[in-house]
Design a protein around this ligand. Structure first.
Ligand SMILES: C[S@@+](CC[C@H](N)C(=O)[O-])C[C@H]1O[C@@H](n2cnc3c(N)ncnc32)[C@H](O)[C@@H]1O
Length: 300
């Protein structure tokens, strides 16, 4: 069989990925993006025209074929590669822990801006932190802040710790527990910013999700079991008063369709200045609220 070039291997892979029924083809160029990303991973370099004209060696050929087969089976690219770049940080990705998404970069950005506006010792808490992308981006970009990531999944908290160690971020700490249970008590009344990218899929909508999400993401990272997708947010908005400083900020990543109901949830929990931030497509992705300026924290 004649030796075929990197470019030809990519074309073959694009055809296979395009035909896969296990993938949500939301962009018609997805097959090409995916094949190129996997090839760049195998070769450990950018796909320049010189690289594309090369003949692929046997080992790389096998590795690429195995990766393409996994993608055709619906596995998300970061899970196949084992890592994902989030706001410039190369984060490990593992089975059993939600894969970070580029859409969460806005949540991190809003938290960074809010922390930079505040004075003194700054503390941020990322609830439902998963692999820790938001917590780690905040810790990386606001080095003097103390950042905590908490998640009900022991695997997620362990991965957050590994990612912090890899990135050399000693100001990022991870704990496993339900909602805020694992946070040290001394943080009560001392938190500047809470972030949360909650499991917001409505219980009844789970079956509508693309197979590659249903099959590869842990159920508890997708839904909190509530009918309206706001169970965890409602709990956090109500408990946040005990933990936030006066005028402390709560930032919630939302599915667009949940923006108004999330705003109403924050208002119902007595948070003030409820607002929202749109992404570059003009779609609301972050809803925010704050504790009133003179909030006295609840005695326990
Ligand atoms: C949509 S994922 C977001 C993960 C991460 N923040 C990110 O953006 O990649 C939701 C996360 O919520 C966590 N979770 C679900 N229920 C929780 C609870 N009761 N307390 C804390 N974390 C919870 C899941 O384990 C999962 O990691």
């Amino acid at each position: 069989m004649p030796a075929i070039t990197v470019a030809e291997h990519i074309e073959k892979a694009v055809r296979k990925i395009d035909k896969s029924t296990a993938i949500d083809h939301w962009d018609r160029n997805l097959g090409r993006y995916d094949a190129e990303e996997l090839m760049a991973e195998v070769l450990g370099r950018k796909l320049t025209s010189r690289v594309l004209d090369r003949v692929l060696d046997g080992t790389s050929k096998k590795r690429f074929a195995a990766m393409v087969a996994r993608r055709v089976n619906g596995e998300p690219i970061p899970r196949i590669k084992g890592h994902y770049t989030f706001r410039g940080l190369d984060l490990l990705v593992r089975d059993g822990v939600f894969v970070p998404r580029a859409s969460s970069e806005l949540l991190a950005e809003e938290a960074i801006k809010a922390l930079r506006r505040r004075r003194g010792q700054r503390v941020a808490v990322d609830v439902a932190t998963g692999a820790g992308p938001v917590a780690l981006a905040v810790a990386n970009e606001v080095r003097h802040a103390d950042v905590w990531g908490v998640d009900i999944s022991v695997d997620a908290a362990a991965l957050g710790k590994d990612n912090a160690r890899r990135a050399g971020l000693r100001n990022a700490h991870f704990r496993a527990g339900d909602l805020l249970d694992a946070l040290p008590r001394r943080l009560r009344g001392g938190v500047d910013v809470f972030t949360i990218h909650p499991p917001y899929v409505l219980r009844g909508d789970l079956k509508e999700l693309p197979r590659e999400i249903r099959k590869f993401e842990p159920l508890q990272s997708l839904t909190d079991g509530s009918d309206d997708g706001l169970g965890l947010v409602r709990r956090l908005a109500s408990e946040a008063h005990e933990w936030l400083k006066p005028s402390g900020v709560l930032l919630v990543e939302v599915g667009t369709y949940l923006s108004r109901r999330t705003q109403a949830t924050l208002r119902a929990a007595r948070l003030v200045d409820v607002g929202w931030t749109k992404d570059e497509l003009g779609v609301t992705r972050v809803v925010s609220g704050r504790t009133p300026p003179g909030t006295v924290r609840t005695a326990i």
